[in-house]
Design a protein around this ligand. Sequence first.
Ligand code: NDP
Length: 248
Amino acid sequence: MTAENTTAGSGDEFVPRTVLVTGGNRGIGRSIAEAYREQGHRVCVTYRSGEAPEGFFAVQADVTDSASVDQAFTQIEAEYGPVEILVANAGVTRDTLLLRMKEEDFTDVVDTNLTGAYRVVQRAAKGFLRKKFGRVVLISSIVGLYGSPGQINYAASKAGLVGIARSLSRELGSRNITANVVAPGFIDTDMTAVLPEETQAKYLDAIPAHRFGRPEEVARAVRWVTSDEAAYITGAVIPVDGGVGMGH
Ligand code: NDP
């Protein structure tokens, strides 16, 4: 194992960690879970609907329900002990222009993407404090920093994650706990596949790299920011967006 491959341990020695990725059954979350597994970590994923993904310790959880979140953590702790690396990835969109947006379109998206992240972070924090070690990555979006028409609900929820990561860094930073945000641009997954072709073409034109990102490219940034190499990075917003959000 090279130094490059070590994660959140001491020196060059590889320390396997207990990792939890919410919404790890598909898309970006699935890629993140695979990236940690490749390195030999104990990887747990939550899934909300459908089948449990093969090859991971999978627990069913809905991040809009604190009892469900608590029960998922309890199951993980019984199997592997406290979560050491938490990736809050579960997210939804419900796009529509402001004048057509119903209040529940706003509150439901915020409840999943922002309050959902708060629920898992709060539950994980107990274990971090006991272990005197914790790594948090919140999956935001370029939309949270740049804004996007038709996504006031989503943008608000994703911008709020920056506030969580930075406040958490200030609150628990002295306990060997880091909290960072990864802000993907346009990544090829189910979430973006549903966008009209015309919208996709418009995004492509605006991306300096002139291509959409791959889930693995987000996964590598997430894994790196929880590694030893990034132990002094906290409260940061790391874009993985082909340059589209430069300066935001
Ligand atoms: P997908 O729609 O492919 O996957 C979303 C995941 O979140 C699924 O696993 C889904 O579970 C889970 N989820 C949704 N709601 C809940 C809930 N209430 N409780 C638990 N799990 C839930 O999305 P992506 O992989 O594209 O996105 C992953 C993250 O990355 C999201 O936070 C998204 O906002 C963010 N992102 C994505 C970008 C992109 O271009 N794709 C760009 C920027 C950010 P289920 O399978 O049960 O529905």
